[in-house]
Design a protein around this ligand. Structure first.
Ligand code: SAH
Length: 476
């Protein structure tokens, strides 16, 4: 018997896949297939099942959804014997929602999964010797309380089947909205803000944007909270210039303690990109304030800001330690955002240069430097892979230490190539995707640098994502 769609099987989950899914090697066919047991046993030896929502250590009953020759994707039907690592997830929607993949796994095991994920990517993609990686990998830094850690959320608006306006989260791999305003990762104010907006939409007949037709008005809302300052930001992203009765909405939101910034952002493009380019303030300030350690930051709706402030403090602390600054160094901070790492390092360096592609973020970075009385920083708008080579070739700039913190796609090769040519003694690579980190470390490893220390920081509990800080030193 071949394994085919709709087969019901029993399997023990022995591993966790990169997407957080459970992995099992086929054990026994389900009882109703007992008559073909002998044949199936023979053919299916080594057959792998990928089961979303199954936890390592579970024995589960699954239904095959898509079968290939040696493996199949299957749906979890029933947990027959729960894993000792299985926990009760706090969110009722965790199986549908695309946000959390590891909620049913104990936090300790989540950390173990992430530690292994980094290690495997460095070995498999980076091509490093496993022993070498084990020797320089430090234990991942987790959270004490791994819930409600996110300072930012973006909720889409749309309609349910009955035509009611809804907001919540996209279901995994789709743009169907699951109406849940009470996310276990977000701040408690999210719910009240969303309820006010939904009430307002109903009262004034404000239509939600519909991706299929490109019609409608309210697309998303961005909510941010400064954990240290308590300040709240609400930015409404609209497919038009104005919301009807927008001041009334701003006044209503203003009643929430901490509300500091209510704005609209215009995005009239038919695109998946959430934010448009222009922000118009409805009430209060355009930016909110927050601090990490003793550095204060002003953050605009368009700028990137790390989503988990508690862990960000630890992440930057680790980057600072790896940078090994004595006060004499010239540091380049590539992909610097609003200058968070730059300003953190500037306190211990001679000079820090930051490079970032988003002009608003660089404006924030400059303002943040002034606000903190930091005078040894300079910031440039542009692509790291263009600014760095230009500065190096035209002005012959020097770097003792280079810090990079690129988005998931990692560094452009042109950027890596210039970094190597600049010959800094140390490179600190902060990465949110250990697969592209592996690729880039391979390049740096082949071009004069040695991986000296690696450490994961769990910025995203409940999900499969993990941040990694790596120290590379120039080989003698
Ligand atoms: N170091 C910052 C930001 C890291 S996120 C912090 O910790 O807050 C990555 C940043 O890279 C984003 O701000 C993004 O706008 C920026 N970016 C993306 N592509 C870029 C490129 N090619 N060159 C420079 N910056 C880029």
């Amino acid at each position: 018997m071949d394994i085919k769609k709709n087969d019901i099987l029993t399997v023990e989950i022995t591993d966790t896949g990169t997407e957080g899914e459970g992995i099992g090697k086929l054990a026994l066919p389900a009882p109703d297939a007992a008559d073909t047991e002998e044949k199936a046993g023979g053919k299916a030896a080594g057959f792998t099942l990928f089961v979303k929502d199954a936890v390592i250590g579970d024995t589960v009953q699954v239904k095959v959804m898509k079968a290939k020759k040696n493996y199949a994707y299957a749906k979890l039907e029933k947990v027959l014997v729960p894993s000792p690592f299985r926990v009760q997830p706090p969110c009722a929607f965790h199986r549908q929602c695309g946000g959390c993949q590891l909620q049913s796994l104990s936090y300790e095991k989540q950390l173990e999964f992430k530690q292994n994920k980094i290690r495997n990517n460095l070995v498999r993609i980076g091509g490093f010797d496993p022993e070498k990686i084990d020797a320089c990998m430090e234990p991942i830094i987790g959270m004490e309380d791994p819930w409600h850690y996110r300072n930012k959320a973006q909720f889409p608006f749309g309609y349910d089947k009955e035509g009611n306006v809804v907001t919540g989260f996209y279901a995994g791999r789709s743009h169907t909205i699951i109406p849940n305003a009470d996310c276990a990762l977000g701040v408690e104010e999210n719910q009240e803000i969303l309820e006010i907006i939904l009430r307002f939409m109903k009262k004034y007949g404000v239509p939600a944007y519909e991706e299929v037709s490109g019609k409608g008005l309210l697309r998303h809302v961005l909510i941010r909270k400064g954990f240290a300052s308590g300040q709240l930001m609400v930015c409404l992203i609209i497919n038009g210039k104005k919301l009807p009765e927008e001041q009334r909405l701003a006044d209503e939101l203003w009643k929430i303690p901490g509300m500091t910034s209510v704005s609209v952002n215009v995005n009239m493009e038919r695109t998946n990109v959430i934010m448009g380019k222009k922000v118009r303030v409805l009430k209060g300030e355009e930016k909110i304030e927050d601090s990490i350690g003793d550095v204060v930051f002003r953050i605009s709706p368009l700028s990137f800001y790390q989503v988990n402030p508690v862990q960000t403090r630890k992440l930057y602390g680790q980057a600072l330690e790896y940078a090994g600054l004595t006060g004499e160094e010239t540091v380049w901070d590539l992909y610097c955002g609003i200058g968070t790492i730059s300003l953190f390092l500037a306190q211990k360096a001679k000079k820090v240069y930051g490079v970032e592609i988003v002009p608003e973020a660089i404006a924030d970075a400059k303002e943040n430097a002034v606000r903190n009385g930091i005078t040894n920083t300079e910031f440039y708008v542009g692509k790291a892979e263009e600014v760095l080579p230009r500065k190096y070739e035209a002005d012959g700039v020097y770097a003792g230490v280079i810090v990079v913190d690129p988005p998931r796609k990692g560094c452009d090769e042109k950027c890596l190539e210039t970094m190597v040519r600049m010959r800094p003694g140390r490179i600190v690579y902060v990465s949110c995707d250990s697969a592209t980190l592996g690729r880039d470390l391979k390049y740096l490893g082949e071009n004069g640098y040695e991986v000296a220390r690696v450490r994961g920081v769990d910025q995203f509990p409940g999900t499969t994502h993990v941040e990694t800080v790596t120290l590379l030193v120039r080989k003698p």
